[in-house]
Write a protein that binds this ligand. Structure first.
Ligand code: NAD
Ligand code: MG
Length: 373
């Protein structure tokens, strides 16, 4: 049997274990036996993931849970809507769920956020388990308890904090994930190194490609370190208080969200791609303001570029010549801006980030203004 590691998320009576290893879906019955014994399980998966990984999971859980039902939702961000939620809740209720039913989210961040929120509100709250199948979900969205849906007013504006009872991370499912999605998740892995762990960043410089090419040990290590980093922040600041440490996880996201908004959420720019370019912009802004050095900023850019992630505006705007004014306009509207003040996570140096709400807007404009080709 290949190695399995455990990361604990310490949240008093809401504490849970994240289990990380290759082949955990096949062994989900053993892994979840304590939680599922005598209870109904409802697995929620998107159609793509259901076609690839649902049969193995259902096989593993049959005979362990009292019953196992599966519900599928369309693949893609649009499933994470108020309508999608209402429809999912209706179908869960039609299955005859009870207060002891366990909801199991099998899929990427979309499925986890949607099924997690459904679990938070169905019968005023059901236990749920995350089985994340994208790298992004494995290192980020499945840990920390944020669940929710999008509305016409914006992304993730309706939701709840609802911690999972367990997270099962099967590194082998990444074999079926499209390379572009894998890389987008990798941007969030690099983020943990950049904001808090220079040694991990160095490890990624040496081993990142091995991980992306499928090495199970490299994947497990990177996911464990990432989850440990997120778990520590979540344990210290479960509900993301203003100025609290959870905000550090937004490194690259102030710029990244603006880039995503400019791209129009049409699939032309994945979240992780926006974050990769956004981290480089944030690092370069950090170097302009000091004490971070230009060398540190360019070292981050060099690694992201080496694996094939975008590192600048020119690579993400597809010739659309986004202006500083446009981008700053989006940043001011970001839900994390406080009274029109844009909050940036900057690097003091590679491996150490700080939250800054007092950045001079002229410095941001100067960074974003590019000579027209
Ligand atoms: P996703 O769930 O849409 O998955 C991306 C695509 O990959 C989908 O088409 C999916 O069908 C497919 N897929 C998933 N696993 C696969 C596999 N193993 N093999 C083949 N295809 C597979 O997107 P995502 O990037 O995982 O998540 C993005 C979502 O996560 C966003 O809605 C974002 O808001 C949310 N998010 C939430 C948190 C949080 O803390 N809750 C954090 C970050 C992001
Ligand atoms: Mg993110």
């Amino acid at each position: 049997m290949s190695a399995v590691e455990t990361v604990e998320v310490a949240l008093a009576d809401r504490s849970y274990a994240i289990r990380v290893g290759a082949g955990l879906i096949d062994r989900a019955g053993e892994e979840l036996a304590d939680l599922l014994a005598g209870r109904k399980a409802v697995v929620v998966a998107d159609e793509t993931v259901a076609g690839l990984h649902l049969p193995a999971l259902v096989r593993g859980l049959t005979g362990v849970a009292r019953s196992v039902d599966a519900l599928t939702v369309p693949a893609g961000e649009s499933a994470k809507s108020m309508d999608g939620l209402a429809d999912l809740l209706d179908r869960m209720l039609a299955l005859g769920i009870d207060r002891r039913t366990v909801v199991i989210a099998l899929g990427g961040g979309v499925t986890g956020d949607l099924a997690g929120f459904a679990a938070a509100v169905a019968l005023r709250g059901l236990d749920f388990v995350q089985i994340p199948t994208t790298l992004l979900a494995q290192v980020d969205s499945s840990v920390g308890g944020k669940t929710g849906v999008n509305t016409r007013h914006g992304k993730n504006l309706v939701g709840a904090f609802h911690q999972p009872r367990r997270v099962l991370i099967d590194t082998a499912v990444l074999d079926t994930l499209p390379r572009r999605e894998l890389l987008a998740g990798y941007a969030e892995v690099v983020k943990y190194g950049a904001i808090g762990d220079l040694e991990f960043f160095q490890w990624l410089e040496a081993n990142g490609r091995r991980l992306l090419d499928g090495d199970a040990d490299a994947r497990r290590h990177a996911i464990v370190v990432s989850c440990r980093a997120k778990a520590a922040v979540v344990a210290a600041d479960e509900r993301e208080t203003a100025g609290g440490p959870r905000a550090l996880l937004n490194f690259g996201h102030t710029f990244g969200h603006a880039l995503e908004a400019m791209a129009g959420y049409d699939g032309s720019l994945l979240h992780g791609e926006g974050v990769a370019a956004g981290m480089v912009l944030a690092a370069r802004l950090s170097a302009r303001l000091g004490p971070c050095t230009g060398q540190d900023a360019e070292r981050l850019a060099a690694h992201l570029s080496a694996v094939g992630l975008p590192t600048g505006l020119d690579q993400v705007d597809a010739g659309r010549h986004w202006t500083a004014e446009h981008l700053i306009g989006h940043m001011v509207k970001d839900k994390k801006a406080l009274d029109g003040r844009i909050v940036f996570v900057l690097l003091e140096r590679l491996g150490h980030a700080v939250v800054r709400g007092d950045v001079d807007r002229a410095a941001v404009s100067a960074l974003l203004d590019r000579p027209r080709a």
